[in-house]
Design a protein. Structure first.
Length: 452
């Protein structure tokens, strides 16, 4: 349940080191003759980083949010980076025009040399590729022996999908996924055993039926879901768009399986669909289980009064060993950067084991492998003590990523409308998905035509 201030949102990290001067090109390229893949010595890496950070440099960072501030960035990232590299300072540009920001295209037109851009999934295309800001850092990975083995396989796979030839465009700072949260008090009240890791959706459906009841004038609901969290990281790896044809992929068997799975919960008498689960679950304590976004800031833990815990998101019988996919927020290095090495050093430090161990103490799940992760995860958030945080992100069993492109963002809203039409009984699933597919394709074509 990541928020903008802590960053949401969702991709590759590496324990690295940087070079003193490499200019901002889009294709990258080895610049020191070490293209044979031989990793430089640690002392050599340290010397290059020291040289690159020996003089004061201001790194311009873009965050595509009107509410994100300089103070938020510094609290979460900047102060820690400056402690490591005192000569690096940061200027945060947000989407807020009233605060000196604006759209990324407007800032570029105004002559702002953006160095780092926070992106996640489809926003890489809308912010970076559409503005020709993508910048492959593979040369730096080769030059400094970037340890790709530190990345979880699903993280590395997703990061490489942004390039047509496996280019790497940035450094991930966290992973976000989905899990099943539950209210222990409701289970205790009705004498039902708690959920557990490794459950199937059919088992959760049975639990929801047992826990949906009226008691003492209160209507308790067995299950609700954050569908806008679940669908983008669905366990069947079903995408929203065919990136080769730019056609929506909503009217198919996988989406029918996914929607049917969740819609059936709302056929249970008393467990009608609610547009937002947040207050009914976290505030009112009337919902027994919620499938929703997990990892991130965990801000809700400090405000809720319910006795909660979480388990892994239940599995589909078609994919019994597959968890949900991952959202990978990452800092991409922009082609406009005048401080490419320093921007990379900053992003790489965020993705380093040193930084991520401290970050994990706040409850953020790292995209790299860290020894004894569970010993530190959430340790600085007292209300996370004793929680099953390992269930928050399926680092070892994440569903494979599906491809995105610049037109992806036009599609999800039509699927969400189709879903709400189905669960509220306004349309049957076949009609809803067919109409959603048609509407999405019409919108995509309008956007394509507008670019000509």
């Amino acid at each position: 349940m990541i928020r903008k201030r802590s960053v949401a949102i969702v991709s590759t990290i590496l324990v690295l080191a940087l070079s003193a001067c490499s200019s901002g090109n889009k294709s990258g390229g080895t610049t020191n003759g070490q293209g044979d893949g031989v990793a430089p010595e640690k002392n050599d890496i340290a010397a290059k980083i020291a040289a690159a950070t020996s003089k004061p440099v201001v790194i311009n960072v873009f965050e595509n949010s009107a509410t994100y501030t300089q103070e938020m960035f510094m609290e979460l990232y900047g102060n820690k980076i400056q402690k490591k590299y005192p000569n690096l300072s940061f200027k945060l540009y947000s989407a807020n025009k009233n605060n000196g920001g604006g759209s990324i295209s407007d800032l570029i037109a105004a002559g702002v040399a953006i160095d780092l851009v926070k992106v996640s999934g489809a926003s890489f295309y809308s912010l970076m590729a559409d503005n020709e800001l993508q910048n492959d850092v593979s040369d730096l990975i080769k030059l400094y022996g970037y340890d790709m083995n530190k990345l979880y396989p699903a993280v590395q796979e997703q990061m490489r999908m942004f390039g047509s030839k496996g280019e790497i465009y940035g450094i991930p700072n966290a992973t976000v996924s989905t899990a099943l949260f539950y209210n222990k008090d409701i289970f205790d009240k009705f004498g039902v055993a708690y959920p557990k890791n490794g459950m199937m959706w059919d088992e959760v459906y049975e639990l929801a039926g047992k826990l949906t009841r009226q008691d003492g004038g209160v209507q308790y609901m067995g299950f609700q879901e954050g569908y806008s969290h679940l669908f983008p990281v669905n366990q069947l790896s079903q995408g929203f768009i065919d990136t080769k044809t730019n056609k929506a992929t909503l009217n198919n068997d996988n989406w029918k399986k996914i929607i049917d799975n969740f819609a059936r919960f709302h056929l249970i008498n008393g467990n009608e669909f609610v547009p937002s689960y947040v207050d009914p679950f976290w505030k009112d304590g009337r919902v027994a289980m919620v499938a929703a976004q997990s990892a991130g800031s965990w801000d809700f833990a400090n405000t809720t009064t319910i006795n909660w815990d979480l388990v892994e998101l239940p599995r589909f019988k078609e994919a019994p060993k597959t968890g949900p996919g991952l959202q990978l927020p990452f800092y991409a290095i922009a082609s406009t950067s005048k401080n490419r090495d320093q921007a990379f050093i900053a992003a790489a430090y965020i993705g380093s084991e040193e930084f991520q161990k401290d970050f994990a103490k706040l409850g953020y799940v790292p995209p790299i492998k860290i020894d004894n992760l569970m010993d530190v995860l959430g340790k600085d958030v007292p209300k996370l003590a004793g929680k099953n945080l390992k269930a928050a992100v399926p680092l070892e069993s994440a569903a494979s990523p599906y491809p995105f492109n610049s037109y992806f963002g036009q599609v999800p809203g039509f699927l969400y409308t189709a879903y709400t039409n189905v669960v509220t009984g306004q349309k049957d699933i076949n009609t809803a998905l067919r109409e959603a597919d048609e509407a999405a394709n019409k919108k995509i074509q309008e956007v394509i035509a507008a670019k000509k």
